[in-house]
Design a protein around this ligand. Structure first.
Ligand code: SAM
Length: 201
């Protein structure tokens, strides 16, 4: 039996894959703090964390390959703090681990955390095999009428929209557009609302 698991993928189009640049760009147009906010809201609850979630961060501001970071809290020994500094330190550590990697390689970073040099498109193709895909879009199906299987996977972006052509390829992979209402929200706020909807059972 497959254990129910929620997966979030943040496509961080403006986030640098160089850890120094990433940390130096907090509060600038690259907005890497979005990564910390998504990790925080996907993983942590008051005085605890969620064991039924996997988070992928795909950092795309790069001269070579995207870096796809995978966080699985139930396998992590050291979750650390939930402040921006602690969370971005985890991201920076994974980016440092990825130095010198070739295309489509995977390296372990620490228990529960891996880094891969695969693109967003490649990652989603892999997830499509055994996940129910949703791409977040204000014009999609309202979350209140959507039914969810055991392995939903939610695709989000940072402040830069998903390229138009991506929607076509996501549709071909079976992704459903999912709406959380008419207001444009932060990705991290979408995560909270999705958790809330799924928590209702
Ligand atoms: C800050 S928004 C992206 C803003 C970007 N300028 C755009 O036009 O897509 C971050 C993520 O949240 C999703 N999102 C924001 N508000 C939403 C809503 N009300 N319903 C569904 N998805 C939403 C977006 O689709 C995107 O994946």
């Amino acid at each position: 039996m497959i254990e129910p698991m929620r997966t979030f993928v943040l496509r961080a189009r403006a986030a640098p894959v160089d850890s120094g640049k990433l940390l130096a760009s907090i509060g600038t147009d690259a907005h890497p703090e979005i990564l910390a906010h998504v990790l925080m809201n996907a993983i942590f609850v008051a005085q605890s964390h969620r064991d039924d979630v996997v988070v992928y961060l795909v950092l795309e501001s790069t001269a070579d390959y995207s870096r796809t970071l995978r966080f699985e809290p139930r396998a992590m020994h050291e979750l650390g703090g939930f402040d921006e500094r602690a969370l971005l330190a985890k991201v920076a550590k994974a980016l440092d681990t990825s130095r010198g990697m070739g295309k489509e390689e995977t390296r372990p970073v620490e228990p529960g955390v891996t880094v891969q040099t695969i693109s967003f498109e490649r990652l989603v193709q892999q997830l499509a095999v055994d996940h129910q895909l949703f791409v977040l879009d204000r014009k999609g199906t309202p979350i209140s009428v959507q039914t969810f299987a055991d392995q939903p996977c939610f695709l989000l972006t940072d402040h830069i929209p998903m390229p138009k052509k991506t929607f076509g390829s996501l549709e071909r992979l079976g992704a459903t557009k999912l709406s959380l209402g008419p207001r444009m929200l932060f990705a991290s706020q979408c995560v909270v609302l999705i958790h809330h909807a799924l928590d209702q059972g």
